[in-house]
Design a protein around this ligand. Structure first.
Ligand code: ZN
Length: 265
């Protein structure tokens, strides 16, 4: 009897052992699989993050290339980056370009409707600070730019300059027709009512000091800063503000760079 009992016990223990062993095996397998899976998953996630990052930077690069190469196309598009279109002497704007929708901000002064609200907010916040300033120039068509350019050039000729020298001198302060940002509808010349001359001292007015400090909050940058003439091709213009969108304006201002430099990054 005893022997039988012992053997039954042994058999039970044996069976239990097999069951427990199998269970432990299964558990072990599950644990290993889980670990492999989660490390796989982590690897996948990091690879995915890297790809996403790479994709983002490629997209940003493509956007910047487009901003430089196809200004008119970009300006007219629904893309998020329409405000980054680069227009300068090396990157003329299609002379037939005109903003699709314009908003009149003052008599005979209009801007691309997409920037009107931010511009109005900037002007009214400035006024609330007790500042007195106004938009002296906004959208200018190719034809208008041509007439500004030739009348400025004429002034230099009257002062005794040869036509060639007059052209060079004019170019320093007036964009050659086809290369003016005013044709985008995204640029405005804002001047202080206290001091209306368009020279360096405009930058010392309370109005410009406030604008230079705060314009990025509204998506604008001071487009032709002091000491950046070699990059922009335009002398210091402490009155010319360009809309580039809030993100870019913040970055450009924080880094103390120009739109050209921002697009080259
Ligand atoms: Zn201007």
């Amino acid at each position: 009897m005893r022997r039988i009992r012992t053997s039954t016990k042994l058999k039970r223990m044996f069976v239990m052992g097999i069951i427990l062993g199998a269970a432990a095996g299964i558990l072990f397998t599950i644990l290993i699989a889980y670990q492999v899976l989660s490390s796989d998953r982590a690897e996948f996630a990091s690879a995915n993050a890297e790809l996403t990052k790479e994709n983002e930077s490629l997209k940003e690069q493509a956007m910047k290339t487009q901003a430089v190469e196809n200004s008119a196309e970009l300006l007219a598009s629904d893309s998020d980056d329409w405000a980054l279109a680069l227009v300068n002497e090396d990157h003329p704007l299609d002379t037939s370009y005109a903003p699709a929708e314009m908003t009149e901000i003052d008599t005979e002064r209009s801007v691309d409707s997409r920037i009107a609200e931010d511009l109005q907010n900037m002007m009214s916040d400035g006024a609330e600070q007790g500042l007195s300033m106004y938009v002296a120039s906004a959208y200018r068509s190719y034809e208008q730019q041509r007439s500004v350019f030739s009348s400025t050039m004429q002034d230099w000729i009257y002062q005794g300059y040869s036509p060639l020298d007059a052209y060079d001198e004019t170019k320093l302060s007036v964009a050659v027709p086809g290369t003016s940002e005013h044709a985008t509808g995204l640029a405005v010349d804002i001047i202080s009512s206290e001091y209306e001359a368009l020279d360096d001292r405009q930058g010392d007015t309370e109005e410009q000091k406030w604008l230079m400090e705060h314009c990025w909050e509204y998506g604008f940058i001071l487009r032709y800063p002091e000491d950046k003439g070699d990059v922009t091709g335009i002398i210091y213009e402490p009155w010319h503000y360009r809309y580039v969108g809030k993100d870019a304006a913040k970055e450009i201002t924080e880094q103390g760079i120009t739109l050209e430099e921002y697009l080259q990054q």
